[in-house]
Design a protein around this ligand. Structure first.
Ligand code: PAF
Length: 264
């Protein structure tokens, strides 16, 4: 009998964050499929699509050495053979990451659906780095009744605190220094005792770095992605730009803030 597959969908330019997803996939199945496909449908900006880093040979080697048993690099025609009907990501698809990137999450759901149909995995692993994407995919899989377990994998940071991302190679040394404001702001905000002070702290720290341009910063409730009203299940999410490079990060409220007793 063929073993159920554990699947790691990627857009390539694999880094340690992706390799950690493959490691996690291995704990679910000996049969680990990694796909590498830069999905044009989820890019609203043609320059971003053009500049997206690509290294197919390096990706294939890296995925195999991390333990992938199959690396699938489909062509556009293989994924989208005819006309494409997009899957809607609903209202949440238009907020936060979706607000400035119209159709982004529709494009993500559409490709994930196509990839799932081909691979037919038992498990699919997605990084918490793209926390909104993970939330939207989980919700859609549940609503569609697909027999696939969606596993969220912890975000991986570089030693200086910057969340790993394929886009980080476009940051020069000064940009990188400026980009560290994001993890600094998240760390400080998530140790605040209330969500209001966490929100204020997040915005204040981010505003202190002139080279950082904010897209959004919010404390959301992990259960519904609405703005949080208490630290429990709260998560700080941030996106913005440094020198033309879009950066995304998030961090849960610190455990001691999530479990604090509220005085009567
Ligand atoms: O997270 C990504 O790399 C992409 O959005 C995904 C899930 C592979 C779909 O193209």
């Amino acid at each position: 009998m063929e073993l159920d597959k554990a699947f790691v969908p990627t857009m390539g330019a694999l880094h340690a964050g992706h390799l950690s997803l493959i490691e996690i996939a291995k704990s679910f199945s000996q049969n680990v499929v990694v796909s590498v496909f830069v999905n044009p449908l989820q890019f609203e900006n043609s320059d971003d699509l053009k500049n997206y880093p690509r290294d197919i040979d390096g990706d294939i080697a890296a995925a195999h050495s991390a333990g992938a048993t199959e690396v699938w690099t489909p062509s556009y025609e293989e994924i989208y053979p005819g006309s494409v009907e997009k899957i809607s990501a609903g209202d949440l698809g238009m907020k936060y990451e979706g607000e400035g990137r119209a159709g982004h999450f529709d494009g993500v759901l559409t490709v994930v659906d196509r990839l799932f149909r081909k691979v037919q995995p038992g498990w699919a692993i997605f990084g918490e780095k793209d926390f909104q994407q993970l939330f939207i995919i989980k919700k859609w899989v549940k609503a569609s009744g697909l027999p696939i377990e969606i596993i969220g994998a912890p975000l991986i940071r570089d030693i200086d605190g910057l969340a790993l991302s394929s886009r980080n190679i476009r940051l020069n040394r000064d940009d990188r220094k400026s980009a560290l404001i994001i993890s600094r702001a998240l760390k400080q905000a998530t140790h605040e005792r209330s969500v209001d002070s966490a929100r204020d702290r997040l915005h204040d720290v981010l505003a202190s770095e002139p080279s950082f341009t904010l897209d959004y910063a919010e404390i959301i409730n992990e259960d519904n992605f609405e703005p949080a009203t208490s630290p429990r299940k709260g998560r700080a999410i941030v996106a913005g730009w440094v020198n033309g490079v879009r950066l995304l990060d998030n961090m849960p409220m610190a455990p001691q803030q999530q479990t604090q007793k509220v005085s009567p």
